[in-house]
Design a protein around this ligand. Structure first.
Ligand code: ZN
Length: 247
């Protein structure tokens, strides 16, 4: 058995057997990994309080014969993002953000940049009074950019012409009138500027722009459709998040 130490955040948890918990941890060093935290339901378990969704920590893990699942030995919590545990809307958004991160990255594929933009977004939700729908839309777009789906913004995604007029969700970016297909989202100046900003700004400044409620709405509609179409996936956690917003 080999012991490893990794820094990361728990992006999924589920019950496992009698009193244990299966965790998906997005670590800096190893990407998203699976690990079992044994005995978390016992009062004396040291790892119990920390084996929670969104716990950001240094994890001591055992890598045994089962290469796919590690064992949690101990957890040194850095930040539990506790304000989120009291806000079901923000919490359900974090579940969705974790889902799309997994679908872009898969298992065992380290990507420090994606980890950092995810942590920035979770931090903004927990500790800053950032608009929740804005955090969602911006993370969706930035994740696509960093994860290999950078949309073409200034030139037509099909022919390279500079005369772009709408965003083609399937072709992956702005297109000209000749190339536009079935999945077009019309642009106005503000929406175009917001996309231009998010796709080109430094990661840590991804939320540093002003946007009206209306702009956030049209941006969020575009970004969620862009991910769903490119990943060819429907996210139940997105539906759940939306249902929570209605409450
Ligand atoms: Zn074109």
């Amino acid at each position: 058995m080999a012991e490893i130490r990794a820094r990361g955040i728990i992006i999924k948890q589920s019950d496992y057997g009698e009193g244990h918990r299966m965790l998906s941890i997005f670590t800096e060093e190893y990407g998203i990994i699976k690990a079992v935290s044994y005995g978390v339901k016992k009062a004396k378990s040291k790892a119990a309080a920390s084996s929670q969704f969104l716990c950001y920590a240094d994890f001591d893990l055992y890598k045994g014969a089962n290469k796919d699942v590690m064992t949690v030995n101990s957890i040194d919590t850095i930040d539990g993002f506790y304000p989120l545990s009291e806000d079901i809307k923000k919490l359900s958004l974090c579940v969705y953000l974790s889902d799309i991160t997994y679908s872009i990255l898969g298992m065992n594929n380290p990507d420090a940049r994606i980890l950092h933009i995810l942590l920035n977004s979770i931090y903004a939700l927990a500790y800053r009074n950032e608009n929740i729908a804005k955090v969602k839309a911006v993370y969706e777009m930035k994740l696509m950019c960093v994860g290999g789906y950078m949309p073409s913004v200034h030139e037509c995604a099909s022919c390279g012409s500079g005369k772009v007029f709408a965003f083609d969700l399937l072709k992956g970016g702005m297109v000209c009138r000749d190339c536009g297909g079935k999945y077009l989202v019309k642009m106005d100046k503000n929406l175009y500027r917001a996309i231009d900003y998010i796709t080109s700004c430094e990661d840590k400044k991804m939320l540093s722009f002003n946007a009206s409620e209306e702009l956030i709405k049209s941006l969020g509609s575009l970004t969620e459709q862009y991910i769903a179409l490119q990943m060819d996936q429907r996210y139940a956690s997105l539906d759940y998040y939306k249902a929570m917003l209605e409450m």
